[in-house]
Write a protein that binds this ligand. Structure first.
Ligand code: FAD
Ligand code: FES
Ligand code: FES
Length: 1341
C-alpha cells in the first residue's frame, strides 16, 4: 500500500475532480499553491466571490463546500474561505458560489433578495460573502434563530452598513423574531420604549410582505456523480504536482505514517488555516505537502467510560456539534472540560475558519494564544501520536508546548487523536478569554483553569492553571498551583495565589505583542473570576456557607447578548406626491440585487485582456535612508517576470504635487518611510510578480534623525507648512476671569480605511496616439487622469478614467490611488501592454496610510456654573512622510473645534507633523472626528471637575439662537437643539441614566455608562472651486435615459439618488433611467466625491440637464399632453430636437480667509445627536454596546433607506475608531497591523443590541437639492458617544476607589485602556516599569 503513496509522489499528477455550481471541473494540472479563490475568479471567471484579505479574516471570499460522507451517507454543507482553501483539497467535493445560488437571468434566491431589499448592501463588496454564509446556514437549517444567524455571519466583515440592515434582512428567515411578531401582552415590542409611537404605524424601510419564500426544494442538488465516485471508486493515493510543490493525499494511516517518515519536513495540510497563511504571508516554500483528509482514522470518534477520543482531523465545527450533543447526554459533573471547550469554540475564529480548522492542527500549530490548548492542558487531555517508531500517548501540558509554534512532537510524528477525559465529581473546569473583538479574534490572553476539591469539601485537592498570550507558548502556573494545593478555597488563599502568580507569570516590558501591564492584570483577574465561580459552586453544593456578595456576582455574569428589534423613523413623502416620483421614498440601492448575486462588476472583475501583465510594488523596509542600490537582476530571472519599473523609467513628471508639496511616485535617491514605493515588478501572473518583487534587493544607508511620534516631531520642529491658527475673542484675558482653569491632553489613534476592495486598477494602452484607457477604483478620476497624463508627459485628453463602482473608499481612494495608478501607467507605457495592479491587503494597509493620529493639548477656563469662557487648543497630527491633504485636514479641524458650543473666547492652533511613517490622507470626517473628540474631552473634564453631568455642561454651552461660529459664519442652531431634546426623549435618557446609576450601585465589577454627544458638521468644500459639478443626460429613441455625472458610486448610493432626481425631473419611472459608470471622457473635470457633497453637487447638475431636456420637450408635450413618454421622444427625434443635454452646477462660492481668520467655508450644517449606553467589565476591560439612539437632521431625505444606511454605517465605523481599531507601529516605524488578523474593525457582534435611528421631522434646507442635506461623514463622530459612555462607566468604578475628577482616556478605548483606567486592585498590583527604561514592542505615534 505504502508504495502506492510514495510512488504517487513521483508519478505524474492525477486529475483533480470537483464540481462548481453543478458543473464538473476536471483539472489536469492542479497546483497545490492554487487556492479556490483565484481558481474560480481567474480560471472559471466566477468573479462574484471577492478577495478582501487573503487570510481568512474577512469572509468576502465565502463559498459553500458540500461533501458526501461515505460512512454516514450524509451530505455535509459548510461555508469556507475560498482564499485559504487549496483546490487540491476539493477532490470529490461540490462548491457553490454566489453565482450558483441565484442570478438575475433566471431567478434570484431569497437570501440574495432579502439582503438587497433590507438595504444590507451598500458598496456590495462584502455582500456575496454574506449571502454565502447565510445560504449555507439555511441549507443546514431553514428555520434559524437569531443566534444562529449571528454565529453564521460572525466571520464576515462589512465596512459600510453597520450590519443592522443585514441582520434585519436575514431576521426575516427566523420564525417569530421580528418586531410586531414578538408581541408581549399584545403590545408591539418597541412600543413601551417609543414614547407612544407605534412602529406598526410608521413607514418601514422595506416591505417584509412581498419577499420571495424560501423553498429548500429549489436548491442545487449534490452531484450524483460524486456520490458514485465516493461509493464505487477505489480509494487510492493521489498526487498533484505544481510549479514548486507536490501534494500527496494518502488514504490509509499506514501510508500516512510512511509518507511522514519519508518526508518529515512536509507539513500535514488539513484545514490549511495555519499552513496556508504561513506559506502566503511568510513566503515559506514546502516542496511537499501531505494531505491526510482521506485517512478515516483521523476522523474517528470513540466514547468510553473515561472520556471521548476525537480524531485529530475533525474540524472545530464538527467538534462543537459533537460536544454539544455529548454535553446534553451526560451528567453535568462529567462534562466540565467539554463545556469549557464549547465556550471557547463559540468564539474561536469565524464560522468559516471553524469549518476548516482541525483540532490536531490547532494543537500542533501551538499558537501562544491558542483558544484550545490551555483548556486541553488544564483538563489533563492527552494526544495519541503515531510514527514508524510506534504509537504513544502524550500529555498536553507545559512539557509539550516548548516555544512559539513549537511542541515536542518529532517531525515524523502524527497526532491521530485527542483524548478528553470526563470530569470527576468535585472537579471543575473553566475557560477565560479576552480578545480585541468578542468574536473572530485571537485572544489577547486566555486561560484554562481546573480545580478538584477534596471529598466534597472546599480543600483544594488538585489545581491546574494554564495561560496563553503571556509568553511564547501555552504556559502553566504550576508553582502557584502547587503552593495552594491542600489549602481551602477562600479569599486569603487567593490573595497568596495572586502574589505567587505575579512572580511566576512574568512578561518582560518589551515582550512581543505589547500590552504588558494589561496582560499581566488579566492573569490575575481571570483567577479572581475563577475563584468567584468556584465559590458559587461550593455554595450551590452546600459546601460553603459563604455567599458571593450580590455586587460581586457581576464579575462572573456575562454581558447581555440578545439583539433587540431596532427602529428607523423617517418622514413619509407629502400627500399628493405622484406615485412615479421616487424622491423621499426609501428605495433600494439600485445595484443591490446585482451586488447580492455577484453580477456587479468591480475593477478586478474585468476580464483579462490579451497579454495583460500584473504589477506588484516593492516597498522600502527602512524608515529613512539613502538608496544605495536597487538590484533587480534576481527579480528578472523569476519565471514570468517581464520588467521592473523604477523612477528612471518615468517619462514625464516624477512627482505629484498636492497643496504645494511634492510627493515622489517612486523613490529615487532616498526613502522616508517603511512602505514607500521604490519600484514595481510586472509579470505574467500575480504569483510571478509577487515572487519577482520578493527577489528585488535594495541596499540602504540609514539617515537620521528618524522621527515617528508626534512628540519627536514637536521636539525637532518637523512640520509641514503652513500651520494654522484661529482666534475668537481674547482667551488670555478670559483665563484670568475664569473661576477655574484646567489643562489636559488626549491622543486619538489613526484609523485604517479598510475598504473591502483594495486599491485596484487596470491600465490599457491604446497604441494609437498615446491613448490610455484606465479602469480603476477611485473617488477622484479626474485627479488620476491628470496624474497619469503628467507622469507620462502626455495631454489629459489621451487618458480616460472609468469607474463603475468602488468596494468602499471612505477617503482612501482620492490621492493615494493616483500614485499607484500613475506607476501602473508607466508600466503599461514601458511594456506596451495592459497592466493590472490590485494591492494585497497587507500592502494596501502598509502603503496607503489612513486617518491622522492626533494629539490635542488644551487649556480651558470655565465658571463654577459650567459655562466655559475660554478654550485654547493645539492639535498636532501625525501626517507621515508626505504632505498629501494634511494641511487641509488640520484646517478642517480648526473649523470644527467648536463642535456645537458657543465658547466666547476660543483659540485653536493646528500643525501637521512630518514623520517617517507612511503618509496619512483623507478619511471620512477629514479631521473632524479627531478634533471634536478633543472638544468633547475637555467638556467632559470640566464636568468631572465640577462634579456634574457632562450632558449638563454640553447643554449650558450649546449654541442658542442665530449665532456665528468662531470664523464668523452665521447659522441657526434651532435643529441642533431639537435633535438634542428629541434624543433625550426618544432615548429616555434621564430614566436610563438613573437606571445606570442604580445598576452601578449593585454591580461592583460591571458598570454601565451612558452619554449623549451632539454634532454640527459643515457641508461642502471650503475650497469653493471644488463645489462645481457637471452632468450629461442622453435620451435614446426608445425613451430610455442614460445619465452620466461626476459622482462616484462607492456604496453611499449616489447613483440611486441621482436616478431619483432624474426620475422626478423628467417625470418618468426610475426603471427608464440607467447610470453606467463615471468616466472622464463623458463628464470632464470632475471634483472628488467627498466632503458629503456628492449628491448636493451632482444632483443639481443632473437636475439642470433634465430641466433643459424637459424644456426642449415642452412644446411636444403641450401639443399632445395625453401622449406617452416614448411617443414624445420619437416625435422630438423626428422634429430634430436634441435629446442630449449637459447640466452644470456652479456650487457655492465658499472660502476661508486664513489671514483674517474668517470666512464662509460651508454651505450649511448637518446636525445630529446620539445617545449610547454601554456595559463594561472592569476586570477585563471588555465592553458591550447595549443601545444607541441617533437622531439626525438631514433636511428632507431624498432616500431614507440610503441615508439611514449611511448613518448606521458611519456610526459603526466611528465606534470602531474610538473603541477598537488600533494601528500598531514598531519602534522603528514598521506597521505591524497589516490585515484583519491584527487590525480589528467592528464585526456583527459589535452592533449595539438595540440600534435606533430617527430622521428629524419637519426640517428644511434651502441650500441643497430638494431640501436634503449631506450625510456621508457627519455621523462618524457620533460613534464617540460609545467612547464617552465607556468613560462614564469607567468613572463610576473609579469613584468607588476614591478616584474622582478628570482622567485621561485615550482613543481607541480598547479593553487594555479600559481595564487600566478602571485602576482596580489587580491592575494596581502590577509593578510599573519606568517608561524609557526599556524598548517597547510598539510605540504611540
Ligand atoms: C482567520 C483565522 C482566525 C483564527 N482564529 C483563531 C482563534 O480565535 N483562536 C484559535 O485558537 N485559533 C484561531 N485560528 C487558528 C486555527 O484554529 C488554526 O489555524 C487551526 O486550528 C489549524 O488547523 P488546520 O487544520 O487548519 O491546520 P493546518 O494549517 O492544516 O496545519 C497546521 C500545522 O499543524 C500540523 N498538523 C496538523 N494536523 C496534524 C496532525 N494530526 N498531526 C501532526 N501535525 C499536524 C501541520 O503539519 C501544520 O504544520 C484562526 C485562524 C485563522 C486563519
Ligand atoms: S479574502 Fe478570504 S477571508 Fe478575506
Ligand atoms: S456593503 Fe459591506 S463592505 Fe460595503
Amino acid at each position: 500500500m505504502f508504495k502506492t503513496a510514495a510512488m504517487a509522489a513521483k508519478e505524474k499528477s492525477e486529475y483533480l475532480v470537483f464540481f462548481v455550481n453543478g458543473r464538473k471541473v476536471v483539472e489536469r494540472n492542479a497546483d497545490p499553491e492554487t487556492m479556490l479563490l483565484s481558481y474560480i475568479r481567474e480560471k472559471l471567471r466566477l468573479t462574484g466571490t471577492k478577495y478582501g484579505c487573503g487570510g481568512g479574516g474577512c469572509g468576502a471570499c465565502t463559498v459553500m463546500v458540500s461533501q458526501y460522507q461515505r460512512q454516514s451517507k450524509r451530505i455535509l454543507h459548510f461555508s469556507v474561505n475560498a482564499c485559504l482553501l487549496p483546490i487540491c483539497l476539493l477532490h470529490g467535493a461540490a462548491v457553490t458560489t454566489v453565482e450558483g445560488v441565484g442570478n438575475t437571468k433566471n431567478r434570484i434566491h431569497p437570501v440574495q433578495e432579502r439582503i438587497a431589499k433590507a438595504n444590507g448592501s451598500q458598496c456590495g463588496f462584502c455582500t456575496p460573502g454574506m449571502v454565502m454564509s447565510m445560504y449555507t446556514l439555511l441549507r443546514n437549517n431553514p428555520e434559524p434563530t437569531m443566534e444562529d444567524i449571528m454565529e453564521a455571519l460572525g466571520g464576515n466583515l462589512c465596512r459600510c452598513t453597520g450590519y443592522r440592515p443585514i441582520l434585519d434582512g436575514y431576521k426575516t428567515f427566523c420564525v417569530a423574531e421580528n418586531c410586531c411578531q414578538d408581541k408581549r401582552n399584545g403590545e408591539c415590542c418597541l412600543k413601551e420604549e417609543m414614547s407612544g409611537q407605534d412602529c406598526e404605524n410608521g413607514p418601514e424601510l422595506f416591505n417584509k410582505d412581498d419577499l420571495l419564500p424560501l423553498d429548500p426544494t429549489q436548491e442545487l442538488i449534490f452531484p450524483p456523480e460524486l456520490i458514485m465516485m465516493a461509493e464505487t471508486q477505489e480509494q487510492k493515493s493521489l498526487a498533484f504536482r505544481g510549479e514548486r510543490m507536490t501534494w500527496i493525499s494518502p488514504v490509509s494511516l499506514e501510508e500516512l505514517v510512511q509518507l511522514k517518515s519519508s518526508f518529515p519536513k512536509a507539513p500535514l495540510v488539513i484545514g490549511n488555516t495555519n499552513i496556508g497563511p504561513e506559506i502566503k504571508f511568510k513566503a515559506i516554500l514546502h516542496p511537499v505537502l501531505i494531505s491526510p483528509t482521506r485517512v478515516s482514522e483521523l476522523y474517528r470518534v470513540t466514547q468510553t467510560t473515561e472520556g471521548i477520543s476525537i480524531g485529530a482531523g475533525c474540524s472545530l465545527s464538527v467538534i462543537k456539534e459533537l460536544l454539544g450533543m455529548v454535553v446534553s447526554s451526560l451528567p453535568e459533573e462529567k462534562t466540565e472540560i467539554f463545556r469549557a471547550l464549547l465556550q471557547q469554540l463559540r468564539n474561536l475564529g469565524g464560522q468559516q475558519i471553524r469549518n476548516m480548522a482541525s483540532l490536531g492542527g490547532n494543537i500542533v500549530s501551538a499558537f501562544p494564544n491558542s483558544d484550545l490548548n490551555p483548556i486541553l492542558a488544564a483538563g489533563n487531555c492527552t494526544i495519541s501520536v503515531l510514527s514508524q517508531g510506534g504509537r504513544k500517548e502524550i500529555a498536553l501540558n507545559e512539557n509539550f508546548f516548548v516555544g512559539f509554534g513549537k511542541t515536542t512532537l518529532k517531525p515524523d510524528e502524527i497526532v491521530v487523536s485527542v483524548f478528553i477525559p470526563h470530569s470527576k465529581r468535585g472537579e471543575f473546569v473553566r475557560a477565560f478569554r479576552q480578545a480585541p473583538r468578542q468574536e473572530n479574534a485571537f485572544p489577547t490572553v486566555i486561560s484554562g483553569m481546573r480545580v478538584q476539591f477534596r471529598d466534597g469539601g472546599n480543600i483544594i485537592e488538585d489545581l491546574s492553571i494554564f495561560y496563553g498570550g503571556v509568553g511564547p507558548c501555552t504556559i502553566s502556573a504550576r508553582k502557584t498551583c502547587q503552593e495552594i494545593i491542600g489549602r481551602p478555597w477562600n479569599e486569603e488563599v487567593m490573595g497568596d495565589a495572586y502574589r505567587l502568580l505575579l512572580d511566576e507569570i512574568l512578561l518582560p516590558p518589551s515582550a512581543p505583542g505589547g500590552m504588558v501591564e494589561f496582560r499581566r492584570a488579566l492573569t490575575l483577574s481571570f483567577l479572581f473570576k475563577f475563584y468567584l465561580q468556584m465559590l458559587q459552586k461550593l455554595r450551590e453544593m452546600d459546601v460553603s456557607l459563604v455567599d458571593i456578595p450580590g455586587e460581586f456576582s457581576s464579575a462572573i455574569r456575562p454581558f447581555p447578548g440578545k439583539i433587540e428589534p431596532s427602529y428607523q423613523e423617517f418622514q413619509e413623502v407629502a400627500q399628493g406626491q405622484p406615485g412615479q416620483d421616487p424622491v423621499g421614498r426609501p428605495t433600494m440601492h439600485r445595484s443591490a440585487i446585482s451586488q447580492a448575486t455577484g453580477e456587479a462588476v468591480y475593477c478586478d472583475d474585468i476580464p483579462r485582456t490579451e497579454g495583460e501583465l500584473f504589477m506588484v510594488m516593492v516597498t522600502s523596509t527602512r524608515p529613512y535612508a539613502k538608496l544605495i542600490n536597487i538590484d533587480i537582476s534576481e527579480a528578472l530571472k523569476v519565471p514570468g517576470v517581464e520588467d521592473v519599473i523604477t523612477a528612471k523609467d518615468i517619462p514625464g513628471k516624477k512627482f505629484r504635487t498636492f497643496t504645494g508639496i511634492d510627493e515622489e511616485l517612486l523613490a529615487e535617491n532616498e526613502v522616508s518611510c517603511v512602505g514607500q514605493i521604490v519600484c514595481a515588478v510586472v509579470a505574467d501572473t500575480r504569483q510571478h510578480a509577487k515572487r519577482g518583487a520578493a527577489a528585488v534587493k535594495i541596499t540602504y544607508e540609514d539617515l537620521h534623525p528618524q522621527i515617528f511620534t508626534i512628540e519627536e516631531a514637536i521636539e525637532k520642529k518637523s512640520f509641514f507648512k503652513p500651520e494654522r491658527k484661529i482666534e475668537k475673542g481674547n482667551t488670555k484675558e478670559a483665563f484670568e476671569k475664569a473661576d477655574q482653569v484646567l489643562e489636559g491632553e488626549i491622543r486619538i489613534g489613526g484609523q485604517e480605511h479598510f475598504y473591502m476592495e483594495t486599491q485596484s486598477m487596470l491600465v490599457i494602452p491604446i497604441q494609437e496616439e498615446k491613448e490610455y484607457k484606465v479602469y480603476l477604483s477611485t473617488q477622484h478620476p479626474t485627479y488620476t487622469q491628470e496624474s497619469i497624463a503628467e507622469t507620462l508627459g502626455i495631454p489629459s485628453n489621451r487618458v480616460s478614467c472609468h469607474v463603475k463602482r468602488l468596494g468602499g473608499a471612505f477617503g482612501g481612494k482620492v490621492t493615494k490611488t493616483s500614485v499607484i495608478a500613475s506607476i501602473t501607467a508607466v508600466a503599461a507605457w514601458k511594456t506596451g501592454r495592459a497592466v493590472r495592479c490590485v494591492l494585497e491587503r497587507g500592502d494596501d494597509m502598509l502603503i496607503t496610510g489612513g486617518r491622522h493620529p492626533t494629539l490635542g493639548r488644551y487649556k480651558i477656563g470655565f465658571m463654577n456654573n459650567g459655562r466655559i469662557i475660554a478654550a485654547d487648543v493645539h492639535y498636532y497630527t501625525n501626517a507621515g512622510n508626505t504632505g498629501d491633504e494634511s494641511v487641509l485636514v488640520i484646517e478642517k479641524m480648526l473649523l470644527h473645534m467648536d463642535n456645537s458650543y458657543n465658547i466666547p473666547n476660543l483659540r485653536g492652533l493646528s500643525t501637521a507633523c512630518r514623520t517617517n511613517l507612511p503618509s496619512n490622507t483623507a478619511f471620512r470626517g477629514f479631521g473632524v472626528p479627531q478634533c471634536m473628540l478633543v472638544t468633547e474631552s475637555w467638556i467632559n473634564d470640566v464636568a468631572m471637575k465640577l462634579g456634574c453631568s457632562t450632558e449638563k455642561v454640553r447643554e449650558i454651552n450649546m449654541y442658542n439662537g442665530v449665532s456665528r461660529t468662531h470664523y464668523k459664519q452665521e447659522f441657526d442652531p434651532h435643529n441642533l437643539l431639537r435633535c438634542w431634546s428629541e434624543c433625550q426623549e426618544k432615548a429616555s435618557f434621564f430614566n436610563r441614566r438613573i437606571a445606570a446609576e442604580e445598576f452601578n450601585k449593585q454591580n461592583r465589577w460591571k458598570k454601565r455608562g451612558i452619554a449623549m454627544v451632539p454634532i454640527k458638521y459643515g457641508i461642502a468644500f471650503a475650497e469653493g472651486f471644488l463645489n462645481q459639478a457637471a452632468a450629461l443626460v442622453h435620451i435614446y429613441k426608445d425613451g430610455s435615459v442614460l445619465v452620466s455625472h461626476g459622482g462616484i458610486e462607492m456604496g453611499q448610493g449616489i447613483h440611486t439618488k441621482i436616478q431619483q432626481v432624474a426620475s422626478r425631473e423628467l417625470k418618468i419611472p426610475p426603471s427608464l433611467i440607467h447610470i453606467s459608470e463615471t468616466s472622464t471622457n463623458v463628464v470632464p473635470n470632475t471634483c472628488p466625491s467627498a466632503a458629503s457633497y456628492g449628491t448636493d453637487a451632482n444632483g443639481m447638475a443632473v437636475k439642470d440637464a433634465c430641466r433643459t431636456l424637459l424644456q426642449r420637450l415642452e412644446p411636444i408635450i403641450s401639443e399632445n399632453p395625453k401622449g406617452t413618454w416614448q411617443k414624445w421622444i420619437t416625435t422630438a427625434f423626428f422634429q430634430k430636437i436634441s435629446l442630449s443635454a449637459t447640466g452644470f452646477y456652479r456650487g457655492f462660492d465658499l472660502c476661508m480667509d486664513w489671514e483674517k481668520e474668517e470666512g464662509r467655508p460651508y454651505a450649511y450644517f448637518t446636525y445630529g445627536v446620539s445617545c449610547t449606553e454601554v456595559e463594561i467589565d472592569c476586570l477585563t476591560g471588555d465592553h458591550k454596546n447595549i443601545r444607541a439612539d441617533i437622531i439626525m437632521d438631514i433636511g428632507r431625505s431624498i432616500n431614507p433607506s440610503v441615508d439611514i444606511g449611511q448613518i448606521e454605517g458611519a456610526f459603526v465605523q466611528g465606534l470602531g475608531l474610538y473603541t477598537m481599531e488600533e494601528l500598531k507601529f514598531s519602534p522603528s516605524g514598521v506597521l505591524y497591523t497589516r490585515g484583519p488578523a491584527q487590525y480589528k474593525i467592528p464585526a456583527v457582534c459589535d452592533v449595539p443590541l438595540k440600534f435606533n435611528v430617527y430622521l428629524l421631522a419637519g426640517s428644511q434646507n434651502p441650500h441643497a437639492i430638494y431640501s436634503s442635506k449631506g450625510i456621508g461623514e457627519p455621523v462618524l463622530f457620533l460613534g464617540s458617544s460609545v467612547f464617552f459612555a465607556i468613560k462614564d462607566a469607567v468613572s463610576a468604578t473609579r469613584k468607588e476607589h476614591g478616584l474622582s475628577g478628570p482622567f485621561t482616556l485615550n482613543s481607541p478605548a480598547t479593553a487594555e485602556k479600559i481595564c487600566l483606567a478602571c485602576s482596580d486592585c489587580f491592575t494596581q498590583m502590577i509593578p510599573v516599569v519606568e517608561p524609557g527604561s526599556f524598548c517597547p514592542w510598539a510605540i504611540n505615534v
